[in-house]
Design a protein around this ligand. Structure first.
Ligand code: NI
Length: 165
């Protein structure tokens, strides 16, 4: 396992690309997953998407501070969203900013786990937010794209108040 460098705006174009589907989960995908988990933990993030470490593939990891194990999803798709809530969101790839945006209260996501087995996950609150955020990364979308009001984007210090993802 290795901690990888995080791609950032404005320089890293990979953040704006649509990531490719993973054809099959093999050893290289499993080591990508290990590196993503290690990098997320090292940065105290609650989630990470493969494009954030420069790999344009549809893989995400999410782990809330109170959870023992990361949720790993390969080729994830949101199949259901419900409710709406306002959140303050930040991203490890957009350092120094946080934004007021709207996210779903709950989402259902399907995909493969780290062994390539089909899974279906229902999540609420911060976990739903992190999943929507990471799945956005797979389509080249960043939280700043969801900020609606001119006052909705804030400068924050290095210790961001919002969870990094
Ligand atoms: Ni992010």
């Amino acid at each position: 396992m290795a901690v990888r460098e995080i791609c950032r705006l404005p320089g890293d174009q990979v953040l704006r690309q649509k990531a490719k589907r993973v054809p099959a989960v093999d050893g290289s995908i499993q080591s990508l997953i290990d590196d993503m988990v290690e990098t997320m933990r090292q940065r105290d993030g609650v989630g990470l998407a493969a494009p954030q470490i420069g790999v344009s593939l549809r893989v995400v990891v999410v782990q809330l501070p109170d959870e023992a194990e990361p949720l790993v999803l390969v080729n994830p798709e949101i199949v259901k969203r419900s409710g709406q809530r306002e959140v303050v969101e930040a991203c490890l790839s957009v350092p120094g900013y946080a934004g007021d945006i709207k996210r779903s209260v709950s989402v259902t996501v399907k995909g493969w786990d780290r062994r390539g087995k089909s899974v279906r996950i229902k999540a609420t609150g911060l976990k739903a937010q992190a999943l929507e955020h990471e799945l956005d990364h797979l389509n080249g979308v960043l939280f700043i794209d969801h900020v609606e009001s001119p006052d909705g984007l804030h400068r924050v210090g290095t210790e961001a108040e919002a969870d990094g993802m």
